[in-house]
Design a binder for this molecule. Structure first.
Ligand SMILES: NC(=O)C1=CN([C@@H]2O[C@H](COP(=O)(O)OP(=O)(O)OC[C@H]3O[C@@H](n4cnc5c(N)ncnc54)[C@H](OP(=O)(O)O)[C@@H]3O)[C@@H](O)[C@H]2O)C=CC1
Ligand SMILES: CC(=O)[C@@H](O)[C@H](O)COP(=O)(O)O
Ligand SMILES: [Mn+2]
Length: 385
């Protein structure tokens, strides 16, 4: 039995991970659950999965749950609580399904405590990929990808030598605005952006998909997970999201992983690895697919992808700055403070203003993140209508 802690249990990935646990009785126990403030859903999860520990960042909400679960589940609050959930002795695998840079600290703590990581929180590897991968090697823990593209690549790489890989091809749906011009994007609404063609996900990643920043984050995530160079990572727009990504080998073979767009499958694979086990995910029916189509990404209309490659190739603290600026810009967009096209402009502005640290340690990464948030907030305030 695997003993799993789920950080971000009330979110899109967290709830689907709990579905996987419920669908596989006897295979997994839930040791800890953590969320930001959704006490009602967390309470339902505590009732059903009976973890020893549950955490809310919001202290008042945590206090209310403490009164209810006294003597059964320990309720903790704040960042200390989150770190306890990431490191507690009963856990062997930590699923990082919280959103944003907030995932970095608990992931680092979990690795140092010897836990394997099922990694959904891509921002962690974008901000501090080199440090996190090196820590994982030092502490002899595995990082299993949950992100659908990276799960696909991971599956395509099984049994193959790294030296045989020519390139990784990450597929992108293109988001809700694939094929549109810059002029057509000027006045898109939050609701337009949240209408992803294929995936039902949290709000932040759904906006990232619409700007193609998500694919940019995934390029950097792939660099660190698979130890390849940026010129070995290509992005291909595939609007049907049936091929989740591909690996081209030196002999010319291309291996693809396919399935319906459903995150239960990559979560299931990350948790059950190295086994493949039965699952009830809906099956791909080839005769019902009319076409699988492919196109190059339009990086002039969706510059966030180009900026991510620039940040990744520049290295040091630049990917962390890319991520922080994007988080602030997306937050401002979702608050109705800036327009869709401003998101990439704010990322570009913040990257241009940044004085790079070449080989940052963790404190330097945190400083770069803080600096970039302040810088991009200034840009938001200048634009704000
Ligand atoms: N959704 C998807 O299909 C995919 C998501 N990912 C990645 O997985 C991660 C999670 O995405 P998703 O599930 O969509 O996000 P959601 O917004 O749906 O869920 C986020 C979860 O994290 C919690 N949370 C938010 N901030 C904090 C914090 N500071 N500390 C602790 N917990 C926090 C939320 O709690 P509360 O509910 O209380 O606010 C919630 O449980 C992201 O990094 C995303 O890029 C990757 C591939 C696919
Ligand atoms: C499900 C998943 O992994 C998301 O990251 C998804 O890939 C988003 O779709 P886009 O390809 O539109 O970014
Ligand atoms: Mn993805």
């Amino acid at each position: 039995m695997k003993h799993v802690a789920i950080l971000g249990s009330t979110g899109s990935i967290g709830t689907q991970a709990l579905d996987v646990v419920a669908a596989n009785p006897g295979k997994y126990s839930v040791t800890a659950l953590a969320a930001y403030q959704n006490e009602q859903l967390l309470a339902e999860q505590i009732e059903y999965y009976r973890p020893r520990l549950a955490v809310l960042i919001d202290k008042q909400a945590a206090d209310r749950l403490t009164k209810i679960y006294k003597g059964t589940t320990t309720i903790l609050a704040g960042e200390d609580g989150l770190l306890e959930a990431a490191t507690n002795a009963q856990t062997d695998t930590v699923l990082t399904s919280l959103v944003g840079f907030a995932g970095l600290k608990p992931t680092v703590a979990a690795i140092k405590a010897g836990k394997n990581i099922a990694l959904a929180n891509k921002e962690t590897l974008v901000a501090a990929g080199e440090i996190v991968m090196s820590l994982a090697r030092t502490h002899d823990v595995h990082i299993y990808p949950v992100d659908s593209e990276h799960s696909a690549v991971f599956q395509c790489l099984q049994g193959e030598k790294k030296s045989s890989v020519r390139r990784i091809i990450l597929t992108a749906s293109g988001g809700p605005f694939h094929g549109r011009s810059t002029a057509e994007l000027a006045n898109v609404t939050i609701e337009d952006c949240l209408r992803h063609p294929n995936w039902s996900m949290g709000r932040k990643i759904t906006i990232d998909s619409a700007t193609l920043a998500n694919k940019g984050l995934e390029v950097i995530e792939a660099k660190w997970l698979f130890g390849v160079e940026y010129d070995q990572i290509d992005v291909c727009v595939h609007p049907q999201s049936i091929i989740h990504s591909m690996v081209e080998y030196i002999d010319g073979s291309v291996i693809a992983q396919m399935g319906l767009p459903d995150m239960h499958l990559p979560i299931h694979y990350a948790l059950s690895y190295p086994e493949r086990s039965e699952s009830k995910v809906p099956r791909l029916n080839f005769s019902s697919l009319s076409a699988l189509t492919f196109a190059n990404p339009d990086v002039e209309t969706f510059p966030a992808l180009k900026l991510a490659y620039m940040a990744g190739k520049r290295g040091g603290t630049m990917p962390c700055v890319f991520n922080a600026a994007n988080e602030i810009a997306v937050q401002a967009f979702l608050a109705g403070e800036i327009k869709f096209l401003d998101i990439a402009q704010i990322i570009r502005y913040t990257m241009e203003k940044h004085t790079l640290t070449e080989s940052p340690d963790l404190p330097a990464v945190h400083s770069a993140d803080t600096w970039a948030r302040q810088c991009s907030l200034t840009a938001v305030n200048d634009i704000k209508v």
